[in-house]
Ligand binder design. Structure first.
Ligand code: LLP
Length: 432
């Protein structure tokens, strides 16, 4: 086992994912190649669903934050597992719809929904809008009234939490493009407006404090602030908030240096705090919605590359160049995110070499990691980066006109293509 039970080695010394030989998969599909272990994704969905129901009550609903990894098959899996989903754009909504995801279980997010987004989402019958701001509230209300419907909404609230994570992925701060801060009075203002607005039904509040968070404390701080705010709404407006969406954000183990997260335990810990806070604040326990992305899909993934040049610069460093890079995984370039990499065709050899893994783009920042512990590499080797299920494929680009890799799902010892490899023809398709 390497980090997770679906990553292992076989008797040829090759890395396996879900029991399948990655070197054979690289031969069959080419590289770069995204692999996903389906059992791992389903298991994580079940952990969230079962724990949410057990600790928060039968009506609790985890949503899959589909920005983490988005294509048709993942919505089918989420639907089969009984999840809701969080969509943040017309494109995600369209994909969910094409995949047959039940629209009433979609929560539509985003800090700047266009009129077209709002209108398309209403035409689709999206169950819940998470309204970000007052202008959007007016737009949603107007379009709902035009259609003669009442749109179910949550309001996005910024509790003002610093979750001790990377600054660029902190979204619960007061100084944020997202939502309405409680301390500035803007949260209460939009709540009052929503209560008085026709065409919408305010059922609840939403907060999301950030991503890749390992401690329960920031979540309990957010829950405390949100439940106190719900109590204030009850006092000041005589209005009962019946749903509380606590967002996503639980962390994932990417390397042996990261902590293991017990998700069921984390949900239990957060639930105990929320139950206590509701009693303390004399409010009815709201229906709880959770919104994980990364922790549902990250661990399932691995990306395979073919090694090209291996360059050793004496007294500086060693570069291993691969046939992908920031276009298929921009997370090191953006956040210096740490990963585990290995040579898949010699996975049992000691990782006693230090290297920077470089991509193939014309950009010196196109790296997948620096100072990585890995086996010695040579041209033609298959290099695997593990735990790439979240925010890799979904953040991929065509920089340098590189076609996006395919996605292969592994289940019960069989592999199947769920997203095909882009072709050069795909890349010029929209050129005129
Ligand atoms: N809900 C909302 C409103 C969000 O904005 C996010 C993530 C989630 C849920 C899911 O959070 P998760 O469970 O995945 O942490 N591209 C960055 C991560 C950006 C997260 C954006 N929002 C990365 O690669 O680390």
């Amino acid at each position: 086992m390497i980090l997770y039970k679906h990553f292992d080695t076989n008797d040829r010394g090759h890395l396996t994912v879900g029991g399948l030989d990655t070197v054979e998969l690289a031969k069959k599909y080419g590289t770069p190649l995204y692999l996903l272990d389906e059992a791992c994704i389903r298991e994580q969905c079940r952990t969230y669903i079962n724990s949410a129901r057990k600790y928060f009550g039968e009506d609790a609903l985890p949503l899959y934050a589909s920005k983490a990894l988005c294509f048709s098959e993942i919505y089918r899996i989420a639907a089969q597992e009984g999840m809701g989903v969080d969509c943040v754009s017309g494109g995600e909504l369209y994909t969910a719809k094409k995949a047959g995801f039940p629209a009433e279980r979609i929560y539509f997010h985003g800090n700047n929904k266009t009129d077209k987004d709002i209108s398309d989402a209403m035409d689709m019958g999206v169950g819940t809008f998470v309204v970000d701001n007052e202008e959007e509230l007016s737009a949603v209300s107007a379009m709902a009234q035009d259609r003669g419907i009442t749109q179910r909404i949550l309001l996005r609230i910024t509790p003002g939490i610093d979750p001790h994570t990377h600054k660029a992925i902190v979204t619960g701060n007061v100084d944020s493009k997202f939502g309405n801060a409680i301390v500035t009075g803007q949260a209460m203002s939009i709540v009052k407006k929503a209560i008085a607005t026709n065409g919408v039904c305010l059922v609840g509040l939403h907060c999301h404090i950030g991503s890749q968070i390992f401690d329960v404390e920031p979540f309990s701080d957010a829950a405390r602030i949100m439940t106190q705010f719900i109590a204030r709404i009850k006092d000041e407006c005589g209005y009962e908030i019946s749903e509380l969406n606590l967002g996503g954000g639980l962390g994932v183990k990417y390397t042996k240096y990261d902590r293991e997260v017990d998700y069921a335990q984390a949900i239990k810990d957060i639930s105990e705090i929320v139950h206590g806070l509701c009693r303390e604040n004399n409010i009815k326990m709201p229906r709880i919605i959770l919104e994980p992305g990364r922790s549902l899909v990250a661990a399932s993934g691995a990306t395979l590359y073919t090694v090209g040049s291996v360059k050793e610069i004496p007294e500086f460093r060693n570069y291993i160049s691969v046939d992908g890079g920031m276009p298929d995984n921009p997370r090191y370039a953006l956040y210096q995110s740490q990963y585990t990499a290995l040579i898949a065709n010699r996975a049992n050899e000691p990782a006693d070499y230090r290297a920077t893994i470089a991509g193939r783009c014309c950009e010196s920042g196109d790296l997948l990691g620096e100072n990585m512990e890995i086996q010695r590499a040579e041209r033609g080797d298959i290099l695997a980066v593990l735990v790439t299920g979240a925010y890799n494929y979904s953040m991929a680009s065509n920089y340098n006109r590189l076609p996006r890799p395919p996605v292969v799902m592994i289940k019960d010892g069989a592999d199947r293509l769920v997203v095909r490899r882009e072709t050069y023809e795909d890349i010029v398709r929209n050129d005129i």
